[in-house]
Every structure is written in structure tokens, then in C-alpha cells.
Design a protein around this ligand. Structure first.
Ligand code: COA
Length: 329
């Protein structure tokens, strides 16, 4: 069997207009601008309008990625959406996006791997294209975390935001870059560290428990922090080694945008200087599956790397899940 090299032909992102600053949050819960900034690196986040769904944001991001890739929606063969905040439990958010785009030929489905979802989607799409099953795909990370945030819980509500990012993957032409190595992992013994406990079959939301905020994110932050650093370091090291790279060969590391202290710890352990680590969490907070997708698009459009450069993406999230990718751009 021949495996085709697979490249990223275009990226796109979208964030809602409404900015929620640390100062405004400090008027709602017992926190301060200073605490949020020094403990997380976040200054502000975007909040989607009431009628702005995950698929709306994703559709904007997807159109931008398709445009950059020079691909029409009609040519698109596969849509994979990573989200923990789907428009509806069923059908998949990817189906709404297919409809919005008019991508009538595309097979469309969602995956659920929390903040790691975009790189899980990347590996799945890469394999499906490499094997010849599909010629191209769009992968999308999109979240409306504001809809699953407990706005009375200061330990979580300061962290999250809304947005969407997308990337178009296709068979690479000779001379183009490609996704060189990917890595994924899961530790299901740690599901309790970060979860939305209610709303599924384990704990349906009922009239009796509707006020208990069971449909919002709960997290043991300190524990998550420790695992995040270790797992992201290991995953990044694996793809760097598999791609035959050294720290000095990497033009840009794009990590999951959850906490600046986590990012600094990873950069330190990978021996990559801070000026080669892309950060935008100050503007958007943690947007789960969307975070690395938005960061990839902003880094791409801002010239953080150029054609032929090696970049490393690394993520971590609920599950626990983690993933990394080494890409020659
Ligand atoms: N404002 C002010 N104080 C706050 C606060 C807030 N928004 N949130 C928590 N605190 C308080 C706590 O109540 C605690 O007070 P106490 O010592 O009196 O009990 C104190 O600050 C320290 O809390 P702690 O949880 O130990 O802080 P921390 O340094 O671990 O930072 C996080 C908290 C959440 C920022 C940090 O643990 C983190 O980022 N974890 C990883 C989260 C993550 O990445 N999640 C997503 C994974 S995809």
C-alpha cells in the first residue's frame, strides 16, 4: 500500500466579538485582575452571543481555511469536528457545518477528546488521506465553553473562552511540507480530574437537580497542571524524536493555550527558547479544542514560521488525553 504525504494547505479561525476582561470578571466573582494574570497569563477571553453556536463559529473558521487552501466547499471530502460543546447532542456539529458550507460531498462527524481533539482529528484525517480513502479533509476545533461554565466558580470561570479554528489537509504535492509525526495518548483512570458530570447518561439533568450546575466544567486544577506538564513534554519529545529533529531545528512550538506557567514549564523542559513558543492565551483564555487550532492559524498568518520550517504542536485535556504533531510546513 502506498501512503501519501499529507500537508496542511490552509488555516482559519474565528472568535466572537464580545471581550470579557479580567476586570469585568472581578466584578462578578471573588477574584482580581492580578490573580488571574499572574496565575494563568490570561488577560481577556471572547464570549459568543446567545444565538452564536459552535457550528456558526466553526463555519466562519472553516471558510477562511478553505479560502487559504484554494479549495471549494464542493470539493471537500471529509469534515471532522473536535468539540465538547456540540450544537446538539445529535446530530453531530460537523453535519450543521457541512450544511452551512454547502459541502455536499463531505462525510462529516464529530470527535470528543476535549482540548486534545484538534490533534486527534489531525491524526485521523492524516491517516485517512495518506491511505487514499479521502483526497482532502477539514479538521475543526470549535467550542462555546461559556455555555458549560459555572459563572459562580472562580476557580474555573476565569479560565475559559469561546472560538473556533480550522485546517485543511490534503495530499502533499512533491516539494511541499507534510505532517511528519503524530502522537496520541489517553489515561482513563483520571477522568475525575476534569469533567462535566451531568447531562449524560450517568447523571441526567432533571427538574430535581437542575440548579446544581451539573452541566458545567469541574476541575482539580493543581492535579491537572502536574499531568499536563509531564504528558505534553513526553508527547512532544516523541514526535520530535520520530521526526529526527533537535530542539534547535524547531522554528515554532504551538502548545495548548491553558496556562502560561504550563507553557513555560514545557518550553523549559524541551529546551526551546521562549521566543519560539507561540502564545495567544492572553487574548482568548482556554478554548479547549479550538485553542491550538486558533493558535496555529494566528501563528501561520502572523509569519511565526515559513515554508520548510519545522513546527511542533502539543496539547492536553480532559480524559485525560494528550497529543502532539511534528510538521514540516
Ligand atoms: N481568584 C482568586 N483566588 C483564586 C481563584 C481566583 N480566580 N481561583 C482559585 N483561587 C484560590 C484558591 O481558592 C486557593 O485558595 P486557598 O489557598 O485559600 O485554598 C488559591 O487561589 C490557590 O489555588 P490553587 O488551585 O492552588 O491555584 P493554582 O496556582 O494551582 O492555580 C489554576 C489554579 C487553575 C490556575 C491552575 O491550577 C491551573 O491552571 N491548572 C491547570 C488547569 C488547566 O490547564 N486546565 C485545562 C486543561 S485542558
Amino acid at each position: 500500500m502506498i501512503f501519501h504525504p499529507v500537508c496542511i494547505a490552509g488555516t482559519g479561525s474565528y472568535v466572537p466579538e464580545r471581550v470579557l476582561t479580567n476586570a469585568e470578571l472581578a466584578t462578578r466573582v471573588d477574584t482580581s485582575e492580578e490573580w488571574i494574570l499572574t496565575r494563568t497569563g490570561i488577560r481577556e477571553r471572547r464570549i459568543a452571543a446567545a444565538d452564536e453556536t459552535t457550528s456558526h463559529m466553526a463555519t466562519h473558521a472553516a471558510r477562511r481555511a478553505l479560502e487559504q487552501a484554494g479549495l471549494t466547499a464542493a470539493e471537500l471530502e471529509l469534515i471532522i469536528v473536535a468539540t465538547i460543546t456540540p450544537d446538539t447532542p445529535t446530530p453531530a456539529t460537523a453535519c450543521y457545518i457541512q450544511q452551512n458550507l454547502g459541502a455536499t460531498r463531505a462525510v462529516a462527524f464529530d470527535i470528543s477528546a476535549a482540548c486534545s481533539g484538534f490533534l486527534y482529528a489531525m491524526k485521523i484525517a492524516k491517516r485517512l488521506i495518506a491511505s487514499g480513502a479521502f483526497k482532502n479533509a477539514i479538521i475543526i476545533g470549535a467550542e462555546k465553553l461559556s455555555s458549560v461554565t459555572n459563572w459562580d466558580d472562580r476557580s474555573t470561570c476565569v479560565l475559559f473562552g469561546d472560538g473556533a479554528g480550522a485546517a485543511v489537509l490534503r495530499i502533499a504535492e512533491p516539494g511541499e511540507g507534510s505532517i511528519i509525526a503524530t502522537e496520541m495518548g489517553t489515561d482513563g483512570t483520571l477522568t475525575h480530574l476534569l469533567q462535566i458530570p451531568g447531562g449524560g447518561t450517568a447523571c441526567p439533568i432533571t427538574a430535581a437537580n437542575v440548579n446544581e450546575q451539573l452541566g458545567t466544567l469541574r476541575m482539580l486544577g493543581k492535579e491537572v497542571f502536574k499531568h499536563a506538564v509531564n504528558r505534553m513534554k513526553e508527547a512532544a519529545e516523541k514526535v520530535i524524536a520520530r521526526a529526527g529533529l533537535k530542539a534547535e531545528d524547531i522554528a515554532c512550538v504551538i502548545p495548548h493555550q491553558a496556562n502560561l506557567r504550563i507553557i513555560d514549564a514545557i518550553a523549559d523542559r524541551l529546551a526551546v527558547p521562549n521566543d519560539r513558543v507561540f502564545i495567544n492565551l492572553d487574548k482568548y483564555g482556554n478554548t479547549s479544542a479550538a485553542a491550538i487550532a486558533i493558535a496555529l492559524d494566528e501563528a501561520n498568518r502572523n509569519g511565526a514560521f515559513k515554508r520548510g520550517d519545522n513546527i511542533v504542536l502539543v496539547v492536553f485535556g480532559a480524559g485525560l488525553t494528550w497529543a502532539a504533531a511534528a510538521i514540516r510546513w
